[in-house]
Design a protein around this ligand. Structure first.
Ligand code: HEC
Ligand code: HEC
Length: 485
């Protein structure tokens, strides 16, 4: 399994981090608690065995959704820290998830609203963050004490104590609670929820949508009825649209036959291939709610780190492209789709036979691509074409810190063996912006490179999203980096 992000934090970064705690540096992108949450989120040591961080399944290069094209292309369920163990659902994005209200029953609407996970079983993202570390099919730590001990011996133990008090590690339960709160704070930060899509710029009157995107928006809010569940207009209090009303529905999505959960031993999955995901109803033990899944945000549904990257959509990753998803809404009841995973309670009011033309479907997809963060006048993130052919990857392009960055970004690369490599920065259109190494030999181990936001001619490049790319022969790996000015 390749990993883009590791926990190794450059000493200089940590120094700045601690310095900013002490002096309260005004330029800091994240508050201290958010920064701590970020370190926890990306710490690959917080699993048993070590190696898996939250980012393994919520990668920043895919806007905190599933970052592995190969996995998305098939079962769409990610292996745990113990690599033969799988859960049963596709990771939703962890971005914008913090906006979900606490799980509750809305008496007026007669509906369940909010919560975290596809089935709402966690009250909110703070409660959610307590789960993966102890989940046997995820980070697999035996108990809270093991997690807290790892944090106690981490590079950021000081920061944790600075914020929550010395001696905090003695109170395991309280420390675990604070850990979850810090992760929740990072997930609620501007870095994770930048509201920087083209559509946001359009709502702010800073840019126009193309004719096609505009047609897509009109269909989204009109004939296709998407905005009935994925609201596209700002809330009354001014919150930009989150593209989910945080309610639950059974769309009749078919089973994903490649879901690895079906092959898990009976100790984990007694039902084997007959297992049915009951969603909200399974959590509530209420047949009236069986098969219902939380409406996901549509922000960043188009975010891909490179062309050809396969995404997976809906709770089980049955769909592999946005076009497939919209086709399903359009033709579920009139074309030849496999039967629903759970046939009762299927919504037959707002979807199934929308009467959209092929052109309409394309237009809606074009609109969905305007919801990708990191947009700027200079580039449209939807088609980040990065040259080179994907192959067996043995290179590891590690963390880029800080990200987003203002002056310099540190790029870490780890090589399993001495290799000839080329590291470069590309823009959204795949154009080479800056060669960082030329084509040269580097030894095995960890290397750090710095990009100062200039191009090969030494000129400052405009703010926006760029890609750092490391290539060796036919292998390459790419990571997204956001420059702000
Ligand atoms: C092995 C893969 C994996 C790891 C590791 C993992 N997650 Fe998840 N995450 C998932 C899956 C799968 C779901 C959906 C599970 C469900 O609905 O039952 C999920 C759901 C979530 C959600 C809910 C989003 C929403 O809109 O409901 C958040 C937030 C989240 N994860 C954050 C985290 C954090 C924080 C960590 C680290 C402590 C983490 N995840 C570790 C796979 C993973
Ligand atoms: C009745 C409410 C409802 C309507 C109307 C609706 N959706 Fe959804 N949407 C959902 C739910 C619920 C899911 C998750 C279903 C599941 O996982 O089984 C979903 C999932 C999605 C996903 C997958 C996102 C992801 O992260 O996996 C996309 C994309 C999407 N919808 C787009 C649309 C578009 C485009 C339209 C209009 C053509 C639309 N939706 C109309 C409720 C709705």
């Amino acid at each position: 399994m390749k990993r883009f992000i590791r926990s190794a934090v450059p000493a200089t970064f940590l120094f700045c981090l601690l310095a900013s705690v002490l002096v309260g540096s005004a330029g800091a992108e994240l508050t201290d608690v958010e920064e701590l949450g970020k370190l926890l989120f990306f710490d690959t040591n917080l699993s048993t065995p070590p190696g898996q961080s939250c980012a393994a399944c919520h990668g920043p290069e895919t806007a905190f959704a599933g970052p592995d094209s190969e996995i998305n292309a098939h079962g769409a369920v990610y292996p745990g820290a113990v690599h033969v163990r799988f859960g049963n659902r596709k990771p939703p994005t962890a971005a914008y998830a913090s906006f979900s209200p606490d799980f509750h029953y809305d008496e007026d609407e007669g509906l369940y609203v909010g919560g975290s996970f596809w089935d709402g079983r966690a009250l909110n993202v703070v409660e959610q963050a307590k789960g993966p570390f102890l989940n046997r099919v995820e980070q697999n730590n035996p108990n809270m004490k093991v997690v807290i001990n790892k944090i106690k011996h981490s590079d950021y133990a000081m920061l944790f104590q600075d914020i929550y008090g010395y001696g905090i590690f003695m109170d395991i339960e309280q420390a675990y609670q604070y850990m979850a709160e810090a992760i929740g704070a990072y997930e609620a930060s501007e870095e994770v929820n930048p509201f920087s899509s083209k559509y946001d710029a359009y709502l702010a009157g800073e840019t126009d949508l193309t004719e096609q995107e505009m047609r897509g928006l009109n269909l989204f809010e009109g004939q296709a009825m998407c905005s009935a569940c994925h609201p596209s207009q700002p809330a009354e209090d001014g919150t930009p649209p989150l593209f989910t009303d945080f309610t639950y529905d059974n769309l009749g999505v078919p089973k994903n036959p490649e879901n690895p959960w079906y092959d898990m031993p009976p100790a984990f999955n007694p039902d084997r291939e007959d297992w049915i995901d009951l969603g909200l109803g399974g959590f509530l033990d209420d047949p009236a709610e069986y098969g219902k899944m939380k409406v996901p945000t549509l922000r960043n549904v188009g975010a891909r780190p490179y062309e050809g990257f396969v995404q997976a959509f809906t709770h089980n990753g049955f769909f592999k492209s946005l076009r497939d998803v919209v086709d399903f809404y359009n033709t579920r009841d009139v074309a030849d789709w496999p039967p629903p995973e759970y046939p009762e309670n299927v919504n037959d009011e707002e979807l199934g036979d929308l009467g959209l033309s092929d052109q309409d479907v394309d237009d809606i997809v074009a609109f969905l691509f305007t919801l990708t963060d990191g947009w700027s006048e200079d580039g449209y993130f939807a088609q980040p074409v990065v040259p080179g052919s994907a192959g067996e990857i043995r290179l590891d392009l590690g963390a880029v810190y800080p990200n987003p960055f203002r002056t310099t970004a540190q790029i870490e690369i780890r090589l399993q063996r001495p290799s000839r490599v080329e590291v470069a920065v590309h823009d959204l259109n795949g154009r080479l912006v800056r060669r960082l190494t030329g084509d040269r030999s580097l030894g095995a181990g960890l290397h750090r490179l710095v990009w100062d936001g200039t191009d090969d001619a030494g000129r400052n490049v405009p703010a926006g999203v760029y890609f750092t790319r490391i290539a060796s022969g036919a292998e390459h790996e790419v990571q997204r980096v956001h420059l702000v000015r």
